[in-house]
Design a protein around this ligand. Structure first.
Ligand code: FEO
Length: 387
């Protein structure tokens, strides 16, 4: 395993997790990387580590450049174990390393995970000199844990951003201009939607701090390094964090005997006729984490479930539970579904949509047993009128 040079004296020494497919309920279809960065200066510095069980890969890459014993400083931008899991091995293999973390949450979190290793704390605005270079710290609390911070090197104009601007994307390539931009931006969008969407206000606060930095490279802890498309990813975060999409519609459903499915297709036709970009997701075929990227950039969401044993379908309940945690705001929604005799699913879905933060824009659409052609035409017209 070799280090990848990203600048003179600065190396990516992380690990590639080609096989991970589920990150806390988020399907990571392309795997991921755990980005760690080595800066060889008067003080040899390691920024972040890797997930436990990937330490040997990280140390092999470090050893390609320096002996791990030479590391003087370790910066822990984030306590979550995909980035701090290597700290116990760092303590063993880098005897003189001093570990810096954000105060007070970083120290508290690292101590709870790994015991007390005399962590040094920094706060927003602090900086340390490592020789020819300086490292400045910017606290970004709740992006997405209380301890998050980013590290900026003004001499190199590099932002070591940890989770922010990351993508769950395993690749041997290290840079944003070595892979199709649309693939990288999609993975960045999926990452934002599945992990960061609920922290839009915090993103805007952090953005206000970093936008004044002179950045020509962003080195995140997941995915590729941004060097040719820095403006694209900064602009995308600014837009996504506004949480106010102006167009687009998503129709999500499960169905037992295709009646709710027919309604879903009529609703989608209504959106399409009105000039909206629309996506349909059948929960039997799509995982909830594959759906939320489109919800991030859509104004409308329609959720359909037939009534099953006086409830909504469990697949729909699980989708709405996941969505509630992501707390989408400033979007409109409505429910629909077929039923035989009870009809409880639609009001249950509506209640969940409201708790997710949606505004109900239309009365829920219910159909007994099978929708007629006339009823489907009525549904299409109803959606056209809505938008
Ligand atoms: Fe990639 Fe919050 O850890």
């Amino acid at each position: 395993m070799k280090a990848d040079k990203i600048r003179e004296g600065i190396y990516w020494v992380g690990a590639i997790d080609w096989a991970v497919r589920n990150f806390h309920g988020y399907l990571t279809e392309k795997g991921t990387t755990y980005g760690a960065y080595l800066i060889v200066d008067e003080k040899v510095t390691l920024i972040d580590t890797v997930k436990a069980s990937f330490e040997d890969e990280m140390f092999a890459r470090i050893s390609d450049i320096v002996s791990p014993e030479e590391i003087d400083i370790v910066i822990s931008n984030h306590v979550e174990m995909d980035h701090s899991g290597g700290i116990p091995e760092v303590v063993k293999r880098c005897p003189k390393a001093v570990i810096y973390t954000c105060e007070p949450s970083g120290k508290k979190g690292l101590t709870a995970h790994y015991g007390d290793h005399n962590y040094q704390t920094v706060k927003s605005g602090d900086s340390i000199s490592i020789g020819q270079r300086t490292l400045q710290f910017v606290s970004t609390p709740m992006l997405h844990w209380p301890d998050n911070m980013v590290t900026y090197c003004p001499e190199e104009k590099i932002l070591f951003s940890n989770d922010a601007f990351g993508q769950h994307f395993a690749s041997a390539e290290r840079f944003d201009d070595e892979l199709p931009l649309s693939d990288i931006l999609y993975q960045a969008k999926s990452y934002y939607a599945n992990i960061i969407m609920c922290f839009g206000k915090q993103v805007q606060g952090a953005y206000a701090q970093v936008k004044n930095l002179d950045i020509d490279m962003i080195a995140p802890a997941h995915g590729v390094v941004w060097r040719s498309h820095v403006k694209d990813i900064l602009g995308a975060y600014a837009k996504w964090s506004e949480n106010s999409p102006e167009s687009g519609a998503v129709v999500v459903f499960d169905s037992m005997w295709h009646s709710t499915e027919k309604m879903a297709k009529a609703i989608a036709q209504g959106f399409h006729d009105a000039g909206y970009s629309v996506r349909i997701y059948d929960l039997k075929a799509s995982h909830w984490s594959q759906i939320v990227p489109d919800i991030l950039t859509s104004k409308y969401l329609a959720v359909g479930s037939p009534t099953l044993n006086n409830q909504m379908m469990p697949s729909v309940a699980a989708f709405l539970c996941y969505l509630k945690g992501l707390s989408p705001k400033n979007r409109q929604a409505f429910a629909f579904g077929s039923f035989g005799w009870g009809g409880q699913s639609v009001p249950y879905v509506e209640k969940e949509l409201e708790q997710c933060g949606f505004t109900l824009c239309m009365e829920g659409i219910k159909v007994t047993y099978i929708p007629s052609e006339e009823k489907l035409a009525e549904i299409e017209a109803c959606v056209r009128k809505l938008v």
